[in-house]
Design a protein around this ligand. Structure first.
Ligand code: ADP
Ligand code: MG
Length: 626
């Protein structure tokens, strides 16, 4: 049937309903109509390209395959034109008049049935086209099929109840030209720059050139869908800078494809620089989500875990519904599944790097290790994988060098049930602290941790390969059971049991504000130390408690202090006699020993008392010698 008089068609009843949903609630961003129409133009062009491979007789065989966009602010209209396969009258009715009929899906099915694959087609749901009615009060679709015997047609609708088809003499050129008459309230979309911005953000990776008012837009190849063998390092670097708007080079990248449980094509970049480390403030997760090369969301919140927020790149899944709106995307179980697969693959990449190229891993660790630590404290699912990736300095490494928990265990004593660590402000401060003496004399390795987050990391980690994470300042450490102390260290004589007991009693009465005083078997060179009786209570937490207590009369944090004294140390031995001969001086010294041990434990904020007492002691001592 061929006629010049308009032929009026009612939309199917369901089409009216769906139109209503599409126009009023499906999409949150009005601008996505551009994305949908460009995607359709790209699909039509791709179908033409595919058809040309086998069909000899194609109308206008020499037309350039590109997408032309024209904006006209005066007329308040946009034109989107392609030179693709076009539509016949029947196809117009079927594709634009029937709901959820995707000609693209049907095309793809036909290809697949003949045993081929085409990953370049975008459409599959058959609703995207209608999004144009969010912003338009009239749409004209001029179209001419690729078939030699086709007719030039014009489909027109205002998106309410019906559409018309009539023969058109506007052009006989192959392809489709869509004229969008914008509603007055959506004038903004007719601005060239606005239009360009939208196309640039959603359609940069469309495989055909796009022109806006005669000017070519910069498009880029969707690298993540290409075969790895065809991509050079330079290509990856250029892509990273372009897509992530980065100015460093990527440190490394992960390009992977998966078919099950989801179809995923992902390209993830680890930057060289940690911008957060530079003090740029907290980053937001920014890996972009695509569906068949078309942007769905530039920075979806749940696609990657918070603690991987330094990652850049693209995740493309053709299983994603292109028509989904951003809000519903955030919680979709699909996104959660993607998150799981991506995180696992990325951690696997880090593991491989750590094993095969420890030096490269070390560079990564120094800049981004802090994020993995954050992961340990916040992501229970990946804890074990993350623990394996942690690196610390230790009493066995040189300054600045690190070791992993696995390596630590490979060196541990056979009977060792714990992984020991000690927190402090610097390596030097930890190494000189009294806590390490017992470990040194037994050759037991201790991890040295200096970052504030480390205490929380160890607290959350709890254990690794069934060995508990134990702070070296804990009370009740039976190090003798782990490894015996070497001969030379134990030859100094200790106090006899009676003096030891009376000294302890003296100390307990003098220092009655603390919880406990006992003699130590762990100390070698230092006279005393404070041990931590509460495994869950880190020095950091104690400090916080002390600060809080000052503010609002909390119970005294000192009440939990356990002081251990070294019965072999000359100072302690002298004190054992001094407390009967010179009780006043002995009391001052006892207080001073406690406060000095507090300094070693990082528990002193206000040194005034300690300083004053120091002078008093010196004064009394100078009297005795002069
Ligand atoms: P989808 O793209 O998901 O299939 P749409 O609602 O966007 O759904 O489009 C419906 C159908 O209309 C497409 O599958 C295609 O067959 C047809 N179509 C839309 N735009 C064009 C075009 N520019 N050229 C040829 N056919 C088109
Ligand atoms: Mg579409």
């Amino acid at each position: 049937m061929s006629t010049k008089t308009p032929e009026k068609h009612e939309f199917q009843a369901e089409v009216k309903q769906v139109l209503d949903i599409v126009v009023h609630s499906l999409y949150t961003d009005k601008e996505i109509f551009v994305r949908e129409l460009i995607s359709n133009a790209s699909d039509a062009t791709e179908k033409l390209r595919h058809t040309q491979l086998t069909e000899k007789a194609v109308h206008d065989a020499d037309l350039k395959l590109e997408i032309k966009v024209e904006s006209d602010e005066e007329k308040n209209q946009i034109v989107i034109q392609d030179f693709g396969i076009g539509m016949t009258r029947d196809e117009l009715i079927e594709n634009l008049g029937t709901i959820a009929h995707s000609g693209s899906k049907a095309f793809l099915k036909a290809i697949q049935e003949s045993g081929e694959k085409n990953e370049n087609l975008i459409g599959q749901f058959g609703v995207g086209f209608y999004s144009v009615f969010m912003v338009a009060d009239k749409v004209e679709v001029f179209t001419r099929t690729w078939r030699e015997d086709g007719e030039a047609l014009c489909w027109t609708s205002d998106g309410s109840g019906s559409y018309e088809i009539q023969e058109s003499d506007a052009t006989t050129q192959r392809g489709t030209r869509i004229v969008i008459h914008l509603k007055d309230s959506y004038k903004e979309f007719a601005e060239k720059s606005r239009l360009e911005t939208i196309i640039n953000s959603y359609s940069t990776f469309i495989q055909f050139p796009i022109n806006v008012n005669g000017e070519a837009l910069k498009t880029m190849s969707a690298l993540w869908l290409k075969n790895k063998k065809e991509i050079s390092d330079e290509d990856y670097k250029e892509f990273y800078k372009f897509q992530s708007k980065a100015f460093d080079d990527p440190q490394f990248w992960l390009h992977f494809n998966a078919d099950a449980p989801l179809e995923i094509n992902a390209l993830l970049f680890t930057p060289t620089e940690n911008m957060e480390g530079f003090g740029f403030g907290r980053m937001e997760p920014s890996v972009s989500l695509y569906c068949r090369k078309v942007l769905i969301d530039e920075a979806p919140k749940n696609l990657i875990p918070e603690w991987l927020r330094f990652l850049k790149g693209v995740v493309d899944s053709s299983d994603l519904p292109l028509n989904i709106s951003r809000e519903s995307m955030q919680d979709s179980s699909l996104v959660q599944k993607l998150n799981k697969v991506i995180t696992k693959r990325y951690l696997k990449q880090l593991e491989e790097k750590a094993n095969k190229d420890p030096e490269a891993y070390d560079i990564f660790w120094k800049r981004f290790g802090i994020f993995l630590k954050e992961g340990v404290t916040s992501d229970f699912t990946h804890k074990d994988q993350l623990l394996n990736l942690l690196r610390f300095e230790s009493t066995y490494t040189k300054e600045g060098e690190t070791t992993g928990l696995g390596d630590y265990l490979s060196r541990a004593h056979e009977s060792q049930k714990d992984i020991y660590f000690l927190f402090g402000p610097t390596r030097n401060a930890i190494e000189k602290s009294p806590y390490l003496e017992a470990f040194k004399s037994r050759n037991i390795e201790v991890l040295l941790t200096f970052e504030p987050i480390d205490e929380f990391v160890m607290n959350h980690a709890r254990s690794f390969k069934e060995k508990s994470m134990t702070s070296a300042d804990s009370a009740d450490l039976d190090l003798e059971a782990v490894a015996p102390v070497t001969e030379t260290d134990s030859k100094t004589e200790a106090l006899n049991p009676e003096s030891e007991q009376s000294l302890c009693e003296f100390l307990k009465t003098t220092l009655s504000d603390i919880k406990e005083v006992s003699t130590s078997t762990r100390l070698i060179n230092s006279p005393a130390m404070i041990v931590n009786g509460d495994k869950m209570m880190t020095a950091q937490m104690k400090k916080m408690m002390k600060a809080m207590q000052k503010a609002d009369g909390m119970p005294d944090a000192d009440a939990s202090i356990h002081l251990e004294v070294n019965p072999k140390h000359p100072l302690i031995k002298n004190l054992a006699t001094l407390h009967t001969s010179k009780p006043e001086l002995a009391e001052l010294i006892a207080r001073q020993i406690l406060d000095t041990a507090r300094v070693s434990a990082g528990l002193i904020e206000d040194p005034t008392e300690l300083v004053e007492r120091n002078y008093k002691i010196m004064e009394q001592l100078s009297e005795t010698v002069s």
